[in-house]
Design a protein around this ligand. Structure first.
Ligand code: PLP
Length: 406
């Protein structure tokens, strides 16, 4: 008789954002007149920039013409996009990454959850705590995480690297040696970054112990400070130990358009196996390429007009981040993040748990954020607010929180 994949059955409860969605729906149903402001899920609100819309329209027209129609896209992405990415995101920053080391996809979530497939099941993973839940859950589904301990909310075969106020929300090299190290900077959920020198220490460590760093740079566009690296390949030696994930969701508002890419340098090996070839094989077998129209939209992100328009979009969100950060700090809350990232990491007041604070804000002032505990045990006592709302909603939400009687 058919059996379900038992690894899926090990996953506790529902995905964080489903739980939040359910709570908000229930509250809305009971209070239909309530005007809820959502600063929870990291979804963008600004429309796609005009230069990108123009490129999409042009590509749509090409699809309606027999001479310019495109069928299946190349597995690994169109060369026009891969060349543009290599030039703008890497060569322009002094990173030695070639177009054929870039694998275009429909977003970073799929890539950073699928990448574990090309590694052995007995590899040990290390994750930051708190963490973007996808890294852990995808390893649970694969059967690499061991058993769940409901009391500690941790998995037996996962190495957790606590990121707390004491260490500036930066992970420390773990006592146990991992094989795969998930790093995400600028960080979701804490909004923290590490310096190039700190990232270099991770690269040196990974090369020393023969580990691979899975580096998620989905929020790279929000970096404003000089000494924060935009890519792990700015560090010496990263070509032999790092895979990098990028997304067009947050720098260009593609959360509903869908585009991302993964970089695997040719030198990167597990033992004597080149990982570039394995990912190419995986991509070729299980994926049929991001749509032509969307890849043209991605190319327009790097046009002069696209760059200018997106700089303004990022500045719009970062102005929200500043408003949240300064407003709540001024009101006596303990806040961090929000400088190189669109996330503000707030210490919950009055020793509330993060879910208690979530319920309090929803019920008292109808503001929705994300409870830190949903990102891992070290997230308990914290709360994430995103800067991706409209300016008007952001201002209203901050005012409401200030007047929530806390
Ligand atoms: C750290 C991180 N990586 C990846 C993603 C997903 O990106 P995409 O929309 O490209 O799938 C997100 C989305 O919130 C994220 O926070």
């Amino acid at each position: 008789m058919v059996k379900a994949n038992g690894n899926y059955l090990k996953l506790p409860g529902s995905y964080l954002f489903s739980t939040i969605g359910k709570k908000v729906r229930e509250y809305s149903a009971a209070n239909p007149e309530a005007k809820i402001i959502r600063l929870g899920i990291g979804d963008v609100t600004q429309p796609i920039a005009p230069a990108i819309i123009e490129a999409m329209h042009k590509a749509v027209d090409e699809m309606g013409n027999a001479e310019t129609f495109k069928g299946y896209a190349p597995d690994l992405g169109y060369e026009f996009l891969r060349n543009t990415i290599a030039e703008n995101d890497y060569k322009a920053r002094g990173c030695n990454i070639e177009a054929d080391e870039i694998f275009v996809s429909d977003g970073a979530k799929c890539d950073c959850s699928n990448i574990q497939e090309i590694f052995s099941l007995d590899n040990k993973i290390a994750v930051c705590d708190p963490v973007y839940p996808v890294y852990v859950d995808s390893n649970v589904m694969a059967g690499r995480a061991g058993d769940y301990n409901a009391k500690t909310e941790t998995w037996s075969d996962v190495i957790y690297m606590p990121c707390t106020a004491d260490n500036g929300f930066a992970p420390q090299i773990p006592d146990k040696t991992p094989d795969l190290i998930y790093l995400c900077f600028p960080n979701n959920p804490t909004g923290a970054t590490i310096t190039k020198a700190q990232l270099q220490e991770w690269v040196d460590y990974a090369n020393k112990v023969g580990a691979v760093i899975l580096y998620d740079a989905a929020y790279e566009a929000y970096i404003s400070e000089e000494n924060v690296p935009h890519s792990i390949y700015e560090c010496e030696g990263a070509r032999t130990c790092a895979i990098e994930f990028r997304s067009f969701s947050k720098n260009a508002g593609f959360t509903g358009v869908r585009l991302g890419f993964t970089v695997i340098p040719k030198e990167l090996k597990a033992g004597d196996v080149a990982l570039h070839g394995l990912w190419a094989r995986r991509h070729g077998t299980k994926y049929n390429g991001a749509p032509y129209i969307i890849q043209r939209a991605g190319e327009a992100v790097y046009s002069a007009a696209g760059k200018e328009q997106l700089k303004a979009q990022v500045a719009y969100y970062m102005n929200n981040a500043k408003y949240i950060y300064e407003g709540l700090k001024g009101a006596g809350f303990t806040v961090s993040g929000g400088v190189n990232a669109p996330y503000i990491w707030l210490k919950t007041p009055n020793n509330m748990t993060s879910w208690e604070f979530f319920d309090y804000l929803l019920e008292k002032v109808q503001v929705v954020g994300t409870p830190g505990a949903g990102f891992g045990p070290s997230g308990e006592g914290y709360f994430r607010l995103t800067a991706f709302g409209t300016y008007e909603n952001t201002v209203a939400a901050v005012d409401r929180i200030k007047n929530a009687g806390l």
